[in-house]
Design a protein around this ligand. Structure first.
Ligand SMILES: *[C@@H]1O[C@H](CO)[C@@H](O)[C@H](O)[C@H]1NC(C)=O
Ligand SMILES: *[C@@H]1O[C@H](CO)[C@@H](O)[C@H](O)[C@H]1NC(C)=O
Ligand SMILES: *[C@@H]1O[C@H](CO)[C@@H](O)[C@H](O)[C@H]1NC(C)=O
Ligand SMILES: *[C@@H]1O[C@H](CO)[C@@H](O)[C@H](O)[C@H]1NC(C)=O
Ligand SMILES: *[C@@H]1O[C@H](CO)[C@@H](O)[C@H](O)[C@H]1NC(C)=O
Ligand SMILES: *[C@@H]1O[C@H](CO)[C@@H](O)[C@H](O)[C@H]1NC(C)=O
Length: 468
């Protein structure tokens, strides 16, 4: 085929009335031009197979022809030139979460101020190339790989996965409610801005290691939000890469997202979860003021539950319309948790994953958090996640109580070794403090409820496509 005949075909096809055909033509055009330009060649069909040097020599007196076998040959070369790099780049193990991170470290995120940081393939920045993944390792992410490839020249042995795939990097654990949810938030934010686009497949990584599931609570959140259970990709064979027709990669959790953007996502989660569980949204179906003690068992549970319950019961009874509920997070189903949170204006609970449920309360609800002895100095910034979570989802974190009494550690208070002693400690109580605290929170809440003549809504903003 001559260049002219190609151009003619393209012109006639571009002038076609069908939009989808036009797009296809455009893709083909770009590919053909790329083929010609990137190699700066155009050869006689007879000169096969020449080295690159010969190519360049021929460049001066280009005959206007490129044969089909020549194109096939070049596509083959392109296919073979796809290079897989380790998903986990050990050069960055001292700063695994910074910037381009140690996960797919050669690629940069799309960073728009206030928006979620993500990568999309194919895209302008990938020059139209698809993301391909390879490897079956569940223990060391440097034995799993990624590469970019043009759809016309996928790597040898690769299969193409149709539809949209979400590729998630989680530095922590998909089984933990909070850490799992943090990894999912950016995908929901992306979908909100992309016509609610829904993934066919998920690929989960922790430090580049494959994971094939998430906790039950989180799996329910995803099912509720996307209207289907998440399906996790299983790679069959380490020599068989999978390339994705369309992939979105997240490796920064909520990082970069403005408070408004985060709030939008939690509004969506809350609303979708309530719909999923068929929970009434009418104001009359809930108490005027709902106070819930969400108990733990084992580590970080209250040492004397009946004493703690009686304090909050006493304070709740003093406020007209207040109803107290005591529940155990360990034996509530997902929908029972959603319903319980819908009824809750004041959540009273020890520090722990069950507090993730706070995002499911109506906006402006209150959270009271409790820690055993020793956490403030030793537990690192991770101990503040529910304070942040409350802020991000539009709740009020009303402070924390830290037990001054607890396990005895043989080392000084600030010694890291003490954390293992304090980590699983239990929590006591202070009648005076808890009483005053509850009274103050309930008092402010009552005032707000009287001011808010307008019933508290979920507070949806400007997103039309995903409004639920
Ligand atoms: C980055 O994201 C913004 C929207 O968030 C989009 O308009 C822009 O095209 C993206 N840039 C690239 C290079 O993908
Ligand atoms: C393609 O798959 C075959 C069969 O599994 C294997 O022998 C071959 O090495 C693979 N080729 C590449 C480049 O991985
Ligand atoms: C719990 O506290 C109550 C009230 O202060 C007290 O009567 C009871 O003995 C305590 N129970 C335990 C097991 O310490
Ligand atoms: C839930 O668990 C708590 C603590 O283990 C237990 O006391 C309670 O009876 C359980 N409730 C149900 C309905 O199983
Ligand atoms: C209990 O809390 C009150 C009020 O904050 C405080 O004055 C008191 O010292 C606390 N008691 C104990 C034993 O820590
Ligand atoms: C939450 O409280 C603030 C301040 O009291 C108020 O401005 C806002 O409207 C409330 N939000 C909702 C969703 O009720």
């Amino acid at each position: 085929m001559t260049k002219r005949s190609i151009s003619w075909k393209l012109v006639s096809c571009l002038s076609s009335t069908k939009f989808s055909l036009n797009v296809l033509c455009l893709v083909v055009t770009v590919f053909v031009i790329l083929q010609i330009w990137s190699f700066h060649i155009s050869l006689q069909p007879t000169s096969l197979p020449p080295s690159l040097r010969t190519y360049l020599n021929h460049q001066q007196h280009q005959p206007e022809q490129i044969s089909e076998s020549e194109t096939a040959y070049l596509v083959d070369k392109l296919r073979e030139s796809v290079t897989f790099l380790p998903l986990k780049d050990l050069r960055f193990s001292n700063k695994p979460l910074e910037g381009h991170t140690w996960f797919m470290s050669s690629l940069y995120d799309n960073q728009t101020k206030g928006e979620v940081q993500y990568q999309e393939f194919p895209s302008e920045s990938s020059k139209g190339r698809l993301l391909c993944l390879k490897g079956v390792d569940e223990h060391d992410g440097s034995w799993n790989y990624y590469a970019l490839a043009w759809p016309q020249a996928l790597p040898v042995n690769a299969s193409l996965r149709k539809g949209l795939t979400f590729v998630s990097y989680n530095h922590y654990n998909y089984g933990n409610m909070w850490h799992g949810l943090s990894a999912m938030v950016p995908f929901l934010a992306w979908s909100l801005r992309n016509q609610c686009e829904n993934p066919q497949t998920w690929v989960l990584y922790h430090w580049g290691e494959l994971r094939f599931g998430m906790g039950n609570w989180l799996s329910n959140i995803i099912s509720a939000s996307y209207g289907r259970e998440p399906e996790f990709l299983r790679f069959v064979d380490e020599n068989r890469p999978v390339c994705f027709e369309k992939a979105v990669v997240m490796r920064h959790n909520e990082g970069g997202m403005s408070r408004d953007r985060r709030m939008e996502v939690f509004d969506l989660i809350r609303c979708k979860a309530r719909n999923y569980c068929s929970i009434s949204t009418s104001e009359t179906s809930k108490p005027k003021i709902g106070m819930t003690l969400l108990m733990r068992t084992g580590p970080r549970s209250f040492k004397n539950e009946s004493a703690v319950i009686s304090i909050f019961k006493r304070e709740c009874e003093r406020v007209q319309g207040c109803e107290l509920k005591v529940s155990y997070s360990n034996n509530l189903t997902f929908c029972e948790q959603v319903e319980l949170m819908r009824m809750t204006d004041v959540l009273v609970s020890p520090h722990g994953a069950q507090l993730t449920n706070l995002v499911l309360m109506d906006r402006n609800s209150s959270v009271l958090e409790f820690y055993p002895k020793g956490w403030l100095k030793l537990a690192g910034v991770g101990q503040f996640v529910y304070k942040w979570g409350a802020d991000w989802s539009g709740m009020r974190h009303e402070g924390s109580w830290r037990d001054p009494v607890g396990e005895i550690c043989q080392f000084p208070d600030t010694d890291r070794r003490c954390m293992s002693v304090y980590k699983n400690g239990m929590i006591g109580y202070n009648d005076t403090y808890f009483g005053e605290w509850a009274r103050s929170v309930l008092g402010k809440l009552r005032e707000r409820k009287m001011e808010d003549v307008v019933e508290r809504s979920y507070g949806y903003g400007s997103i039309d496509e995903c409004r639920c």
